[in-house]
Design a binder for this molecule. Structure first.
Ligand SMILES: [Zn+2]
Length: 94
């Protein structure tokens, strides 16, 4: 899936880079789940075009989690599994 422009812009913003640095520093550069090298800062409540302007979600430290690649992939697999259901809860086949 292509990243919407707004998300792309957000990830290039100074505010995000700073929030990310602080998170990495706080977590001592380690994945907060398994202790491996932390490489990606994950949003616990995932960013959408509706909440990206809400800094309580996009930039607040308590919505951020430092993860290694493995844990981050796992996390997103979980999200994409959720998206396989439509509004009525029916499984959407891909
Ligand atoms: Zn991990």
């Amino acid at each position: 899936m292509k990243k919407p422009k707004e998300l792309h812009r957000f990830y290039k913003s100074k505010d995000w880079k700073l929030a990310r640095e602080i998170k990495i520093f706080d977590a001592n550069g380690r994945c907060e789940r398994c202790g491996a090298l932390g490489e990606e800062v994950h949003h616990k409540k995932s960013l959408t075009l509706n909440n990206i302007g809400d800094t309580n979600i996009s930039l607040k430290q308590n919505n951020l989690e430092l993860l290694c690649k493995k844990c981050h992939n796992k996390e997103h697999k979980r999200f994409s599994n959720q998206q396989q259901f439509d509004k009525e809860g029916n499984l959407i086949s891909r």
